[in-house]
Design a protein around this ligand. Structure first.
Ligand SMILES: Nc1nc2c(ncn2[C@@H]2O[C@H](COP(=O)(O)OP(=O)(O)OP(=O)(O)O)[C@@H](O)[C@H]2O)c(=O)[nH]1
Ligand SMILES: [Mg+2]
Length: 478
C-alpha cells in the first residue's frame, strides 16, 4: 500500500499477453494504449479508479518481462533484502533489462501483483522464470488467466502451475468481463492478503455504491427521455397559402428526427456515465423498411407482445398492436439487427395507424388529407399516442444500457463474437403484468397536468427501471 493509503496493484506479465487490456477494463479507462505489437507499453503508468472525486484504488500498467531467465539468475545469486532495488541499481544502464528495471518500480513502491497470462498457449521456460521471480519477491500476488483465444486449451496446466506460486488464480477475460466479473475479481483480490483486506473491502463498497448511483442516474435519464418524447409536439402556423400536404410531410419528418435525437441524447448521457469515450453502441435506425418493420419483425421482438398490450390496458381504441401476428418463428437474427426499430416505428405512426395525432386547423381544414393549398392554418404533429412506441423506446434504452455496461473498456475492436448475437428478444416482452401496470401508469401520467400524479408514477417507474438495470448488471453471461 502506497503512502497515500490507497491500494495499488501492478499488472505484470509477458509482453503482449493483455496487461494493458486488463488495466483498461479494471480502471474503466479507454485511454490505455493497447496494440498487437509486443512491447507496446514501455513505461509504467498508474490508472486510478476515481469515485466521487476520490481515488480509491490504482492499477499500474507495466512493460512486459524482457529477460526473465537472466534476471532470475541474478536475483537467485543476490537473494535477500532489497534485492529488487539492488537489481535496478545494477541494471539501470543495461538495455537488456529495461523492462525489468521499469516493472520492478511499483513493486519497490509497495504495489501488490496481478500477473496476467494467456492460457491459449502452453507454458514455456520464461513463464516459470517470471513466476519464480514474483514468488521470490514475497509480495502478495494474484494471477489472471486472460484468454486471448476462444479455445483455452492449456488452462488446466496453467492453473496447476499458477496454484503453486499465487495466492489466488482467476479466469478473467479483459475483453468480455462484465460488471459482475469485475466485482468478482475485486473480491478475490481482497482475499490475497490480510493487510489489504480492509482497504479493498472499502474499494468494493465504493465501487458498488458508484454503480448503484450510475444505475439510478440511468433510470432517471430513461424516464426523462420517455417523458420528453411522449410530450413532444410540433405546432406550426401558416398565414399564407402553402402546400399543406407537403408541409405536413416535412413536419412529420422533423418529428421523427426530434424523437431520434432525444433518444440519442439519452444514450450519450448513459455512455458518459459508464466512462466510455471510444465504444458507442449504435442502435441501427433503419435496418429495414418502415411499414414492413412495423408489422412483421420489430414489434414482435421489441416492445409488447399482443397479450401484454391487453394486460397493459392500452389496447382499447388504439388500433395498434392487436393486429400483430403472434408468430415469432423465423426470427434468427439478434437484437443488434432488429433493434433498428425506432425510425421504422416512428414512421409507422404516420402510415395510417392513427398512432400520432396530426391535426390541421384552419379555414379549409375540411380538406385535410387532400393535396391542395389552404391558407391561414395550423399544423400540429404529436403528441405520440402509440401504445407501442414508448415500450420500444424503453426496450432500446435497456438494450443500449446492457451493451454499454458489458463492453469492457479494454476491448477495442468489434471483431469476434459479441453479446449482440445471443439475445433475440428485448426486455419488455418479458415484463410481468405488474411491470406493465407501472409502465402504462407512467405513460398515461406524462400527459396529465396533475404534477403530483406524474411525480408518483415517475418514482414508481424509476424504481422499476432501477430493478431491471440491477438485474442486467448482475447477469454474468449477458
Ligand atoms: N481476443 C482477445 N484479445 C485480447 C485480450 N486481451 C488482450 N488481447 C489482445 O492482445 C493484444 C495485446 O494486448 P495488450 O493489452 O496491449 O497486451 P500487453 O500485455 O499490455 O502488451 P505489451 O504492452 O506489449 O507488453 C492486443 O491486440 C489485444 O487486443 C482478450 O481478452 N481477448
Ligand atoms: Mg501493454
Amino acid at each position: 500500500v502506497k503512502s497515500s493509503g490507497i491500494p495499488q496493484f501492478a499488472v505484470i506479465g509477458h509482453p503482449n499477453e493483455g496487461k494493458s487490456s486488463v488495466v483498461s477494463t479494471l480502471a474503466e479507462d479507454d485511454s490505455v494504449r493497447i496494440t498487437n505489437t509486443p512491447g507496446e507499453t514501455v513505461s509504467c503508468r498508474g490508472f486510478p479508479v476515481v469515485v466521487d472525486g476520490e481515488e480509491i484504488i490504482r492499477f499500474v500498467d507495466t512493460p512486459g518481462f524482457q529477460s526473465p531467465l537472466s534476471s532470475l539468475r541474478w536475483l537467485k545469486d543476490n537473494e535477500g533484502h532489497d534485492m529488487l532495488d539492488r537489481f535496478v541499481h545494477a541494471h539501470r544502464e543495461d538495455p537488456a533489462f529495461k523492462g525489468e528495471c521499469e516493472l520492478f518500480g511499483p513493486l519497490i513502491d509497495g504495489a501488490g501483483i496481478i500477473y496476467v497470462v494467456d492460457a491459449s498457449r502452453p507454458l514455456r521456460s520464461f513463464d516459470h522464470a517470471e513466476m519464480e521471480i514474483l514468488r521470490m519477491t514475497g509480495i502478495s500476488r494474484m494471477a489472471i488467466i486472460n484468454n486471448k483465444d476462444e479455445m483455452p486449451r492449456y488452462t488446466p496446466q496453467w492453473k496447476e502451475e499458477l496454484r503453486k506460486t499465487f495466492n489466488s488464480t482467476r479466469v478473467f477475460n479483459a475483453h468480455l468481463a462484465t460488471y459482475a466479473q469485475r466485482l468478482g475479481l475485486l473480491e478475490a483480490l481482497k482475499g490475497i492478503d490480510q493487510e489489504r483486506e480492509a482497504s479493498i473491502g472499502r474499494v468494493i463498497e465504493a465501487f458498488r455504491k458508484d454503480w448503484l448511483y450510475r444505475n439510478i442516474e440511468t433510470a432517471r435519464i430513461v424516464c426523462d427521455m420517455l417523458s420528453m418524447c411522449l410530450r413532444h409536439k410540433i405546432v406550426k402556423d401558416y398565414y399564407r397559402d402553402v402546400d399543406i400536404t407537403r408541409e405536413r410531410t416535412g413536419l412529420e419528418e422533423s418529428f421523427k428526427a426530434d424523437i431520434s435525437h432525444m433518444e440519442r441524447q439519452a444514450q450519450l448521457k448513459i455512455k458518459a456515465l459508464f466512462r466510455h469515450n471510444i465504444f458507442d453502441y449504435m442502435m441501427p435506425e433503419q435496418s429495414m423498411a418502415g411499414a414492413d418493420l412495423f408489422h412483421r419483425q420489430t414489434w414482435q421482438v421489441l416492445g409488447l407482445k399482443p397479450w401484454q398490450i391487453v394486460a397493459a390496458g392500452a389496447a382499447t381504441g388504439s388500433g395498434i398492436g392487436l393486429g400483430l401476428d403472434a408468430a415469432t418463428a423465423g426470427i434468427t437474427f439478434g437484437v443488434f439487427a432488429i433493434s433498428g426499430a425506432l425510425i421504422g416505428a416512428v414512421s409507422a405512426l404516420f402510415s395510417g395507424q392513427k398512432a400520432a395525432k396530426a391535426t390541421i386547423k384552419g379555414p379549409m381544414s375540411g380538406r385535410f388529407g387532400l393535396p391542395g393549398k389552404i391558407g391561414g392554418s395550423r399544423i400540429i404533429i404529436g403528441p405520440i399516442s402509440s401504445v407501442q412506441l414508448p415500450y420500444i423506446l424503453l426496450d432500446r434504452a435497456l438494450i443500449f444500457y446492457a451493451h454499454t455496461i458489458n463492453w469492457a473498456h479494454g476491448r477495442r475492436n468489434r471483431a469476434g463474437k459479441g453479446p449482440d448475437e445471443s439475445r433475440t428478444r428485448g426486455y419488455v416482452s418479458g415484463f410481468s403484468e405488474d411491470q406493465l401496470q407501472v409502465c402504462s401508469g407512467f405513460f398515461r401520467s406524462i400527459r396529465t397536468l396533475d404534477e403530483t400524479a406524474y411525480g408518483k408514477n415517475k418514482d414508481g417507474m424509476t424504481d422499476m427501471i432501477l430493478g431491471l438495470l440491477t438485474e442486467i448488471s448482475h447477469n454474468e453471461h449477458y
